[in-house]
Design a protein around this ligand. Structure first.
Ligand SMILES: [Zn+2]
Length: 449
């Protein structure tokens, strides 16, 4: 320190210690600096411990308010009515296949203030270095980091970065096992479904092409044999191939080539067929998707819910029994041995019921979810009656996953790849459309899982 300060022409003054580097360092100052250093380290340690405890409880450790949110009187994050819609739109644009560059261009064209300029305009804060001369110039980096931020679907992510010590300001990425995630800690701006979809597109995409559009099948297409993603290769004739095959050390033995136009044609045809079916035969469709009729489903749901109520009532009853038992033992109405025996018995029963209840609750949830998926699918089938071409929106609405099989005879021109399409109306694999991509008519089989 003594060497560095004079060299950079910095005057170091520690007022309380009476040290002024302009007067020359006395021999004590070295030691004092050491003390100061220890003090700083000590405080930093304490702050860290407090932050750690806070973070482990699920409270947000970050101090800045993320764009899209504001703090209410109790310092909770709530959506900012001015900026939350912008965040939502950014996610929607991404889900529709727009690249980050294109999203930036759209926001700039609409003269929407950048996050740092917005906070500058509201509070005068210069955090994030607001660029006053171009207040609407959104950066790709900003958009990307927003699209990856789980805070927007209502989660708190703590300790995703860390600093090595109080001296090094540089933040480093933390290992996944050290990162703590708490779900639904505040109001979400984007639905979890939309968020996951964007992540899927993000992971699946290698890079946006020069048009700023992304491969619309990114995140949907998989190799049926090895499970790897299939990527678009832009050639004279665009085609998709298995990324597992191109990597060394995998056991995928073929590229699973399929023409982009071919897969588009098959998927669109299957989509038209299935949605038409869902429209025209809603009841049968429902029955097949739910594996039972609507009345039957409702009855079963009622039964399970009744069971749930009964179990809950018994748990409360046992709570009371155990409490009374405890009182009895305190005032000596029963012997300690008897108390131990009885309370163990009731607690065991309670634990068993709780486990049962958990299972039933899970069943109810998945049944409800499944039902809402099927209903939504039928609704959407009515919403998209015309399907002139396969848009990212259609894919997102109706399709969960597409698997490509290798041709039965490799390099054959007459036989096609089998394509399995998984639709959004089922939670599990559910229904598979076997759209054989040959010149013959697409054969459609409905398989209930
Ligand atoms: Zn493969």
């Amino acid at each position: 320190m003594e060497l560095v300060f004079p060299a950079y022409d910095v005057r170091f003054i520690a007022i309380t210690d009476g040290v002024d580097s302009a007067n020359g360092f006395n021999e004590m100052s070295g030691i004092r600096n050491l003390f100061n250093d220890m003090y700083a380290r000590d405080t930093s340690k304490k702050i860290r411990a407090v932050q750690r405890a806070k973070g482990e409880r699920g409270e947000r450790v970050g101090t800045t308010t993320p764009y899209g949110y504001m703090k209410d009187s109790e310092k909770h994050l709530v959506p900012d009515p001015e900026t939350a819609p912008v965040v939502k739109r950014i996610f929607e644009m991404s889900a529709d296949g727009k690249g980050s560059r294109k999203i930036c261009d759209i926001l700039s064209a609409e003269r929407i203030l950048t996050p740092s300029m917005y906070s500058f305009s509201k509070s005068g804060s210069r955090a994030g270095n607001p660029n006053i001369s171009s207040p609407y110039r959104w950066s790709v980096k900003t958009v990307r980091s927003m699209l990856k931020n789980r805070i927007y679907c209502g989660d708190t992510v703590n300790f995703s970065t860390y600093t090595k010590s109080y001296k090094l300001k540089k933040t480093l990425k933390n290992d996944p096992e050290n990162i703590l995630i708490f779900e639904n800690t505040h109001e979400a701006i984007v639905s979890r479904k939309l968020f996951d979809l964007v992540q899927k597109r993000y992971d699946g995409r290698k890079k946006a092409d020069s048009l700023g559009d992304t491969d619309k099948f990114a995140g949907y297409l998989y190799c049926a044999d090895c499970g790897a993603r299939m990527y678009l290769r832009r050639r004279e004739i665009n085609n998709y191939s298995c990324s597992g095959h191109s990597k060394r050390g995998t056991d995928c033995t073929s590229a699973h080539y399929i023409r982009a136009t071919e897969i588009e044609r098959v998927v669109l045809a299957a989509l038209r067929q299935v949605t038409q079916y869902a429209r025209e035969n809603s009841d049968i469709f429902y029955e097949q998707a739910m594996q039972r009729g609507e009345e039957e489903s409702k009855r079963q749901l009622r039964d399970t819910q009744k069971q749930q109520n009964e179990l809950n009532a018994r748990i409360n009853q046992l709570d009371n029994i155990i409490a009374t038992l405890y009182e009895d033992s305190v005032i000596g109405r029963i012997t300690p041995e008897r108390y131990d025996q009885l309370s163990a018995k009731y607690e065991r029963e309670q634990a068993e019921i709780k486990a049962k209840l958990e299972k039933i609750t899970e069943q109810i949830e998945s049944q409800k979810l499944c039902e809402s998926c099927v209903h939504k699918f039928i609704q959407n089938a009515w919403r998209f009656i015309e399907m002139p071409k396969l848009t990212p929106e259609l894919l997102r609405t109706f399709i969960k996953r597409i698997e490509i099989h290798e041709k039965e005879h490799k390099f054959s021109r007459s036989c096609g790849n089998r394509i399995d399409i998984y639709f959004t109306f089922s939670l599990e694999s559910g229904m598979i459309i076997d759209g054989t991509a040959s010149n013959e008519q697409t054969e459609t089989t409905l398989l209930a899982s």
